[in-house]
Structure formats: C-alpha cells, structure tokens
Design a protein around this ligand. Structure first.
Ligand SMILES: Cc1cc2nc3c(=O)[nH]c(=O)nc-3n(C[C@H](O)[C@H](O)[C@H](O)COP(=O)(O)OP(=O)(O)OC[C@H]3O[C@@H](n4cnc5c(N)ncnc54)[C@H](O)[C@@H]3O)c2cc1C
Length: 512
C-alpha cells in the first residue's frame, strides 16, 4: 500500500454505498467494526488521522476496570461490567496481551474508610464478581511498597490491564480480514440528509452513502450529533490527564493501585502496563482545546505527588516518558435538554429516531470507555437489529487475528527459522525493544498499513525503550521512505506535516 493511495480523492461513486458507516476509529469504532463484521453487511470505518487509535484511545491508563466506580443503573456501569466479562475471549481471539492482575482502591485515612465501603456496596449492586475488602496487613503482604499508613483496601480480582492501542489495531485488522473497509486520512465534514433520514457522510475524499451512520467520534461526538440535527446543550469539555512512564526494569509494584476516589475523579494511581512499565497518573484538568495534549510542570508535579502518596519509595530517576490524554467529558444529565433525565455524565447511547433516522449516537464515552468497548459494540449490534437492519450471520467469520511475529519473544530456534526465510528479521533496528527490519516491513505492508513512525511504534513498540528512539529513528526513516516510495523528507512522525527532516543537505551542498 503506497502513501499516495491515501492522498487520492475517492471518485468511484459506485463503490461508495454501505450498510453501515462508522465515524471514528478509536477503540469504540474498531470494536464496533469487528463485531459487525460477523454479519453479511458492507461496512466502512472512517478515520480522519493516518492510523486507528490516535485519539483518546492512544493515551489512557489501559485498565479494564472491574465496574465498581460507575453509578448504579448507569450505562457506564452496565457496559463496564459486561465489557470486562467479554475481555478474556476477545483478547485471546485477537491475540492481544491482557491480564487480570486485580485492582485495589486504598484507604489512606480514616475518612476514606466509609468511601471504600460505599464502593464495595456499589460494586456488588453493579454485579462486579469477587469484590471484597482486605485488611492493611493483607494489602501490605501483597504490595509491600504501598504507603505503610494505609487503613484497608478494596480488591476487585476482575480488574485487568490491556494495551488499548494494540486492542484497537487488532480489532481493526480482524474486521478488515472479515470484509470491513477502512479509510484513513478521511475526515467527515458533514452528514448527508434526505428529510429526516441520514443517508451518508461528506468527507475530504468524497461522499459515502450508508443506511446507518454510527457516531463514535470521541472528543468530536458532540459536533457530529449536532450535524445529525439533535438539538441539545450537550457539549464535550476535554479533561486532560498527564502521566509518567518508568523504565521496565523498575518494578516496585505489580498490580493496579488506586487512591480513594473523589466525586469527580478516580485519582492518581500507580499501575503496571502490559509491557511491564510502571505508570503513574492521570491528573484531571479541564481544557477547552480538543487537541491540547501538552504536559505541564504543575500537572506532572501533581502526578508525581499523587504517585508518591500511594508508593512513597517511587524512584523518579527511572522515568523514561511523560504524556497526556484527553477525556471526552460530557454534560449529559446536567442540562435542561433531551438528556436531562440521564444519570449525570453517563455515556449517551441512543438511536434517536424521534429526531433523526439511520443514526446511532455514542457520545461522552470517557472512562471506562475502554473497559466497556466490547459491551458497547455488542449494544450497537443489538440496536441495529432492533431497528430493522437485516443482519444475517456469516458462516466464514474468522474471529482469530494473527499478529506480526514479535522477533524478541521467539525462541532462538524460531528466530533462526524466520531469518532463514527472510534475512530482514536478522537486522535489529530498535536495540532496546529488539525490533527487526522484517517486522517493520511487514507492518508497513499490512492490510491496515503503518504509514508513519508512530504507527510503527503503536504496532511494534519500536522506540519505546530506554533510548526512546535515539538509535532506531534514522534507520526507520530510511525503511519507511523505501517501502512507501516517498523521499525521506516526506516521512512523518505521525501524519500531516510532522516531518522529521527539513531538507536534503546533500542537494543543498550540490547547488552551492
Ligand atoms: C487520561 C485518561 C485515562 C483513561 N483511562 C481509562 C482506563 O484506564 N480504562 C478505561 O476503560 N477507559 C479509560 N479512559 C477512557 C478511554 O480511553 C476512552 O473511553 C476511549 O478511548 C474512547 O474511545 P473512542 O473510540 O470513543 O474515542 P477516540 O479514541 O478519541 O476515537 C475517536 C476517533 O474519531 C476520530 N474522529 C473524530 N472526528 C472525526 C471526523 N470528523 N471524521 C473522521 N474521524 C473523526 C478521531 O480522530 C479518533 O480517532 C481514559 C481516558 C483518558 C483521557
């Protein structure tokens, strides 16, 4: 697949008719596409960026929450508990690392104790399995580096960690394998309507027509629903969360450790990612800018202090990275509008056919949107069935996604066999993570192609070790340039004009 393909305007009108068009390829859009691909339908997943999972899905904690946080009776609670239960099957079918390492909410003061008891009660009402309160002694036995002043802790054994980006890529790849079309670098600019019915989307690459349009545009879901004609005061106000990531050699804890939550946030936690790094964060700051993913000194200080409250011995010299993500915080249930009867800030999940036909609206999907994603995808399928879309199961649906072989995780014998078949697997490009040229080339030419450095990073973890890309970047630029058929100066970090190189020094020299 060449980069030029993605720059082309789509001129073939005949091919532009679908049963379902999904707007936004975050974890929700990818999981919905994969779930719908079980049926004989023409499905199109549209994403404005150059890859899937580049929005909120790219920068979050990666926790498959157990489900004790959300209000009883809310969409957040039911989707979280259902989604969590579906994770074992989905992660094993899609070959995505997922581990139920258990999550804990720690009471650090006497005032926290009744709040933990209330969480236990909520968890039981939400149907969270195996939830219980542990004594201080038991908690310190399990996590000896926790703050020794802790009083007790809530334990949820079903809490787990997943790689949200890996999950989205895997779901998208499996959806493609089962017939879904994905258009990257394709931005929906408006919705096409015929009377009360939405009939398609207008994009920078032409119009696409669909019987059903699904809004899973994350931070921009409020914009899409306005285009659909839903009149309300619903608004997404991004809430920034900042993080630190530590070197994988440093492991003072091995589970998910939350402080006692406040009414608005779950607090700054300490956890271990699926790749073995400790992560701390996120804080919770309002911002008006839906693209502002900058980190700030006060934000990172808050994260550091919060992490040390839980694990006082945290050694900051092992920090290798900081980043920020944006929660799509909605105001459903807080305004006098069509959502006024909703539980405050709950997920909007509706087929609003009183105002518009052919439209499934998912908005305000903040945390626990990742944990809930399998449940939300299942809900969408049922909603489409109930609203009359003819859905016949495919006999040849393949639930299994085979990933690119990870050279570093193979045995010596397997590595030797792979190198014999393709010598490019014998050339290490990223020394920290042991990523080979063979893996990079396969990712660039995969059905869901990696078109930029960060797209490779998302798939192969290139540049994510201690040197943070210092060694591999020049070599990776060369490979991207060669395989995509573009000059090195056109290779980007993450699409648009994020070029690594300013100009060709040799040609400047030659002109002198
Ligand atoms: C700091 C933080 C921590 C979190 N931690 C957790 C956690 O531990 N566990 C958990 O369950 N949840 C967590 N969440 C929430 C979770 O990350 C989100 O609920 C989830 O990623 C939302 O996915 P999405 O697909 O709805 O949105 P996104 O990932 O934002 O995807 C939407 C996509 O739509 C695309 N798009 C938008 N407009 C258009 C358009 N006009 N045309 C084409 N494409 C468009 C965007 O480019 C984007 O790729 C956290 C969130 C944050 C910010």
């Amino acid at each position: 697949m060449s980069l030029a393909y993605y720059k082309e305007e789509n001129k073939d009108m005949q091919k532009n008719e679908y049963d379902v068009i999904i707007i936004g390829a975050g974890v929700e859009g990818c999981m919905i596409a994969r779930e719908l691909s079980r049926y004989k339908l023409r499905i199109l997943l549209i994403e404005k960026n150059d890859d899937v999972a580049t929005g909120t899905t790219k920068a979050n904690t990666g926790i498959v929450h157990a489900g004790y946080n959300a209000a009883v009776g809310s969409n957040k609670a039911s989707m979280n508990v259902r989604g969590n239960a579906l994770f074992d099957t989905i992660a094993s079918e899609l070959n995505v690392p997922f581990e139920r390492i258990g999550d804990y909410v720690v009471a650090l003061t006497d005032e926290d104790i009744p709040k933990i008891e209330a969480l236990l009660d909520k968890g039981k009402k939400n149907g969270v399995p195996g939830i219980e309160i542990l004594s201080k002694e038991e908690m310190l036995r399990r996590e000896p580096n926790l703050n020794p002043n802790l009083k007790l802790a809530l334990y949820a054994p079903t809490g787990g960690m997943v790689d949200p980006i890996g999950l989205s890529i895997a779901a998208a790849e499996n959806a493609i394998d089962n017939g879904v079309e994905i258009k990257l670098l394709t931005e929906v600019k408006n919705l096409l309507k015929k009377g009360k019915r939405i009939v398609g989307v207008e994009t920078n690459r032409g119009n696409f027509y669909g019987k059903w349009i699904i809004n899973s545009a994350g931070l921009y879901s409020d914009v899409i629903m306005k285009w659909a004609g839903i009149e309300s005061d619903f608004k997404i106000t991004p809430r920034k969360g900042e993080y630190f990531i530590f070197d994988p050699s440093y492991k003072p804890i091995h589970s998910i450790l939350f402080p006692t939550p406040t009414p608005t946030t779950k607090g700054i936690l300490v956890t271990i990612t699926t790749y073995g790094n400790i992560g701390i964060g996120p804080n919770d700051e309002e911002t008006e800018d839906k693209e502002d993913k900058s980190t700030t000194y006060p934000g990172l200080k808050e994260v550091m202090d919060g992490g040390k409250r839980l694990v006082p011995s945290l050694n900051m010299k092992y920090i290798i990275k900081e980043f920020a993500g944006l929660r799509a915080r909605g105001n459903a249930g807080l305004m006098h509008d069509r959502y006024s009867s909703m539980i405050p800030r709950d997920f909007i999940m509706e087929v609003p056919d009183d105002v518009v036909e052919g439209f499934v609206n998912l908005a305000g999907i903040e945390s626990p949107g990742l944990a809930a994603s399998p449940g939300i995808a299942e809900w969408v399928v049922n909603a489409l069935k109930e609203h009359g879309l003819k859905m016949e199961k495919k006999k040849d649906f393949n639930p299994i996604r085979t990933p690119i072989p990870s050279f570093a995780s193979l045995s010596r014998e397997e590595q030797a066999r792979l190198i014999e078949k393709d010598p490019r697997f014998g050339r290490i490009v990223c020394r920290c993570e042991n990523v080979t040229e063979g893996e990079i080339v396969r990712a660039i030419h995969a059905p869901l192609p990696a078109l930029s450095y960060d797209a490779l990073k998302r798939r192969l973890h290139i540049g994510m070790g201690r040197c943070q890309g210092g060694f591999d970047t020049p070599r990776t630029i060369e490979i991207l340039s060669r395989e995509l058929g573009i000059p090195p100066v056109k290779v980007t970090k993450n699409g648009d004009d994020s070029f690594f190189l300013k100009r060709e020094t040799k040609s400047v020299e030659a002109k002198k």
